[in-house]
Design a protein around this ligand. Sequence first.
Ligand code: HEM
Length: 476
Amino acid sequence: MESLSETSPMITTPLRDIPGSYGIPFFQPIKDRLEYFYGTGGPDGFFQSRVQKYNSTVFRTNMPPGPFISTDPKVIVLLDAKSFPILFDVSKVEKKDLFTGTYMPSTNLTGGYRILSYLDPSEPRHAQLKNLLFFMLKSSSNRIIPRFETTYTELFQGLETELAENGKVAFNDVGEQAAFRFLGRAYFDSNPEETKLEKNAPTLIGTWLLFNLGPILDAGLPSFLQELVFHTFRLPAFLIKSSYQKLYDYIESVASPVVKQAEALGIPKEEALHNILFAVCFNSFGGMKVLFPNTLKWIALAGENVHTQLAQEIRGAITSYGDGKLTMAAMEQMPLMKSVVYESLRIEPPVQFQYGKAKSDFTIESHEATFEVKEGEMLFGYQPFATKDPKVFDRPEEFVPDRFVGEGEGLLKYVLWSNGPETESTTVGNKQCAGKDFVVMITRLFVVELFRRYDTFDAEVDGAAVTLTSLKRASF
Ligand code: HEM
């Protein structure tokens, strides 16, 4: 296996022109979009077939949405663990207005503001707003464990009741209710379901996310309808205004301590509120909506043996290191649990796309070749290929629960879900996820709460939907 740890500045592979072409403007981008969404194997098949055709993990293609939503769909695709990290180097790539790719949703969807996720670190507001979110996360730190325990106990109790009645229970919808309830309680010490929002937040956010991400999502609709409604024209923002306002009113009613800090940092109140809303509803809730069912799915598929090991490790550490209470110190003593969380983030990164625009001419290197990139060209990484690179990971397509235990920890630098290596830290100077540590912490809590309560469980999986078919209560 190749060691990529000390990537030398010396070029060691032959220079090659970047293969692939963009084809006839307007027509080829549409053809590529149709193949991406509806071709054999979907997006994975789209990229895999080109890797084979060009015999390269770096090539040129168009990315959706293309006409009429994005004016320039041309990208250079990076599909291996060696070339991908160029996207994290903000001295080489600009990260302005490309959070969602080759188009940017209307700022009418975000109160008229360009939100933090769309800002390049060179813009002064980037550091101010990122510091504000660090403040929000830090002030919630004492609430994370207790509010998580409360909320996920409620969730599991509800799941058990319905499972007993119907013989099975769908996880996703109730899981989303729990996710938003937990976020309100952790960030703002407020249960959103006891406010005017009631239980509506997941639906309100879901629709708003669709307005933002529709151009690049496969909502599972018939292709002609999906192409017309989501992939060809933008949905008008006014249709979602009243839903967004409800979320804004909730955030305004609970986020006063964060707003006060914003004003101290020089950020006007309204801009702060729209940014807090985005961090809570898009970044945090949107992330959990994908990550938690995925993690549950992979653990379900791992089977009873792994479940037993997790239950033993988790319960043992809580007894030995936390005196029967769940503490941060006890969680540190759960190597298998920690590895399972990283493996879930590796095998199915919740955010699959990363973009960056070359700030100057430079070279990028795959395992096989070196390529010249010109200033202004758009680089695009499809993360599942980078974190399943067979040159870095053994059995890359397999969920290996203890992959990151012991010596395996050395592979954490190739876990990239946060838009950066897992071994590096988010700062105001980079574009790594502001919630990196928070996300790892709550996903660990999810696995811990699951195996404090159950010895094992079964689930059926259908695409993103996870349905529990058995939950065996803890017997030791
Ligand atoms: C950025 C993933 C949760 C706040 C990002 C990026 C990724 C990501 C991939 C980089 C996007 C890019 O620029 O290309 C995730 C995932 C999450 C999650 C998978 C959950 C499963 C959170 C949470 C917060 C957060 C809980 C809470 C504050 C942010 C912010 C940025 C960001 C503010 C922009 C950072 C910057 O501009 O420097 N996240 N995130 N995210 N994330 Fe997260």
